[in-house]
Unconditional design. Structure first.
Length: 380
């Protein structure tokens, strides 16, 4: 019986050639992540990823979590999860502590799959689908003298690349300015392309409702993170006031963190991140909780090829919500900003063809990590 022999966290980062800004004003000058490498005593290596500030995740793994799983059976994935959570819940039931657990959980599933010769999705319930429709996340703010032009040009590029769905940033401090920019994109890409908007929780409740009602004229698929994630009452208000779907939850953690939003139907779509909310183990529970209350689960994804692969396996293993003759399966978020770890970390990168991405079928996550990329971009 194999045992966990070694746990290593790798912090990697790369400069961004063209910095970009989110709706909350965060300026991205680098892309980085924390990868988790777990090795068993019989030589099997599993990979995971933690979403969020990489050095913080590394500190949790190196000082609290990693030493605790040395000598454990990697097949005891859920047992390990509960042990790690109960170790840190007194001071970290949300945030980076859970992201660190997420990376470990994903790496353990990778080991289990490789040991069994099966892809992860076959071990967490099987494949409801062998491919997923993806949407391009982009249209951040770069050139503040040409916000509409740059958005239109970028969106048209995604359509040429084959994407049939796009998500764009909003949050220009004016309902009129946001509406003008979104309308320009809608007019450019036409009515057949699905279009979503993401505010990164930068609006008040009244502003979100005012803007949302305007955006409904443009056939927007969902309004993501309109308001602060702490304000569940506010989410209920926004959701009840708008006909379009309201989405959120990329910065929520564990089944307990999602419980109120789901039970109160504060969101029509919850978006747990597999690399943040508790890994594959916990995201399956979040998806089940959502399904029981008629809420869709469309995971957030914004990381390397490791996290992208983990998200694909999770997507493969969750049912349509609701089931129907002509279902609307959950979408894959395929962010398109500059990211060498999405494009080059895997020896065979994950790609989309006409917007469709195949679920990996090789054992484990199905990602063959290129260690030279880790060495090249390692943060000392």
């Amino acid at each position: 019986m194999s045992k966990v022999k070694k746990v290593t966290s790798h912090v990697i980062a790369a400069p961004v050639e063209q910095p970009f800004t989110s709706s909350r004003g965060w300026l991205y000058k680098t892309r980085g992540t924390c990868l988790v490498e777990i090795e068993t005593d019989d030589g099997v290596v599993g990979w995971g990823e933690c979403y969020g500030p990489s050095a913080v995740a590394k500190a949790f793994i190196d000082t609290q979590l990693g030493p605790r799983i040395i000598g454990r059976d990697p097949f005891d994935v859920e047992v390990v999860w509960e042990d790690l959570y109960n170790r840190i819940k007194d001071y970290g039931p949300k945030g980076m502590s859970i992201a660190a657990i997420s990376g470990i959980d994903i790496a353990l599933w990778d080991i289990v799959g490789k040991s069994c010769g099966k892809p992860v999705h076959k071990l967490i319930g099987g494949a409801f689908r062998t491919e997923v429709q993806s949407y391009a996340t982009g249209l951040y703010f770069i050139d503040f003298d040409n916000l509409i032009g740059e958005a239109v040009e970028e969106a048209e590029g995604y359509v040429r690349d084959g994407f049939t769905a796009i998500k764009m940033k909003i949050g220009l401090g004016s309902v009129a300015k946001d509406f003008e920019r979104v309308k320009a994109v809608r007019d450019a890409i036409g009515s057949d392309i699905r279009l979503m908007v993401d505010a990164n929780h930068c609006f008040s409740v009244p502003t979100a409702i005012r803007l949302g009602r305007k955006l409904e004229e443009l056939d927007i698929e969902w309004f993501e993170e309109p308001i602060s994630p702490e304000d569940i009452d506010g989410y209920v208000e926004v959701s009840r006031a708008l006909d379009m779907a309201v989405a959120g939850g990329e910065n929520e953690f564990t089944r307990w963190g999602f419980k109120d939003a789901i039970v109160r139907k504060a969101m029509d779509i919850v978006q747990p991140d597999v690399c943040a909310a508790g890994g594959i183990t916990e995201c399956k529970k979040i998806a089940t909780l959502a399904s029981a209350h008629g809420v869709e689960c469309v995971p957030h994804a914004w990381g390397s090829a490791v996290g992208l692969a983990a998200t694909l396996h999770f997507l493969a293993a969750i049912p349509d919500q609701p089931p129907s003759l002509f279902p609307a399966p959950p979408l894959l978020e395929f962010e398109q900003c500059e990211n060498p770890f999405r494009d080059h970390l895997a020896k065979e990168p994950i790609v989309q063809v006409r917007g469709v991405v195949q679920i990996p079928t090789a054992p484990g996550l199905g990602v063959d990590v290129d260690r030279s990329i880790i060495d090249k971009y390692r943060v000392a």
